[in-house]
Design a protein around this ligand. Sequence first.
Ligand SMILES: Cc1cc2nc3c(=O)[nH]c(=O)nc-3n(C[C@H](O)[C@H](O)[C@H](O)COP(=O)(O)OP(=O)(O)OC[C@H]3O[C@@H](n4cnc5c(N)ncnc54)[C@H](O)[C@@H]3O)c2cc1C
Length: 398
Amino acid sequence: MDFSLSEEQRAWQLKARKFAQEDILPISLQRDEISDPRETFDWEIIRKGSKLGFRTAAVPKEWGGHGIDLVTQAVVVTELARGDSAISKTFSQCWKWSHLIAASCTDAQKDRFLKPFLADDTYLLSSGTTEPNSGSDNRLPPEDDPKAGIKLRAERKGDVWILNGEKCFIANGSVARLFFISTRTNPSVHAREGTTVFMVPRDTPGFRIGKVFNKRGWRFYQNAELIFENARVPHANLVGEVNGAAKARGGALQFGALELAANALGVCEAAVEMAMQHARTRRQGGKCLSEHQVIQLKLNEMHMLTEALRSFVMRTAWERDRATLGDKTMGDFVNADLVMNYASDVVQRVTGVNMDIHGVERSMMNARVDKLVRDAMIWTHLAGNSVQRIKAVKHLIK
Ligand SMILES: Cc1cc2nc3c(=O)[nH]c(=O)nc-3n(C[C@H](O)[C@H](O)[C@H](O)COP(=O)(O)OP(=O)(O)OC[C@H]3O[C@@H](n4cnc5c(N)ncnc54)[C@H](O)[C@@H]3O)c2cc1C
């Protein structure tokens, strides 16, 4: 297997590395320390990153985007996350949904939604599935309870659908212009057969943003409540078919899994770099920390886990690119789920060991060490919970 990057991939990598070092890193801690979760966001960094192509990277070239493949996407996310994984995620959150418009929407919908997305540096995308009473049930709907899962109701009245209900913890929720909303269109059947996705513009009558959640990590990333009170969504905004949410969202979710794993890899790289730097310069017991065997073992573990994660992320991205090109030997998407589960364990372990190596400085003098640990905790809810793991195994044993 050839692990080398093409010239184009290398150019994207260097561009992302420069942006992360020169623009993202300098504002990372400053945004993280703002106590009001609505104020942590910064439009200037979004504009700058958008002009460099990081917002629109995944839109196919024929639709005016950059059309970068999954290997390049993984490389870019990793580099951006070295600066700040929440800022990186704000950009990549747009990738799976803009790609979905390009892959699954009609030409008329592409004209209405993809064109404005491409034209405006501040046009962000978001997707709402989670509700106050349905979180894991949406990811792994219980077979014995057909009514579990999404409750937000959509009812058709002529050419318009009326939406009523609430979504919570929705990423980019307070800043996005377009939302992919999963709704219950048939409450009498299992969620898998009774759910439909609509594209809901921010200015839709009857739709509003509620509170922004205050999080321990990823403070830049906006997670908000979405409230629908007789919201009127045109039938023309339906993605795919009525009751066809599972098919419509298709690979977007699996693609998101890979993107999350690559993001974790960037955090691990940042933690390894910090630990090495500290171990080389901090002297205790008459020598540098890096000369103490116990510290060497910890550094070894950090490197080993990070390199293993890199191999898994890049191989999975490569497999998915091959599958997209029509290689039938690449099997299904299960590695994308597994690599996400693995990334969740690794990012928490590596940032924890980094904190350990920093000693008391970890909590008193080095806010970035602490930030990496808090950011890593976020993966538990995104990728590391039991449901995500059960989902991957169900795939393997089916
Ligand atoms: C940073 C962040 C961004 C997010 N962005 C979005 C977004 O953009 N859009 C969106 O729709 N949602 C988003 N979410 C919500 C996320 O998808 C949910 O948190 C997730 O689905 C879990 O739901 P829950 O938190 O309600 O946990 P619950 O479903 O209440 O589960 C609680 C615990 O019980 C376990 N559990 C639940 N059911 C089972 C079972 N059947 N078997 C075994 N264990 C089980 C879970 O693993 C978990 O540990 C985001 C969350 C975070 C933290």
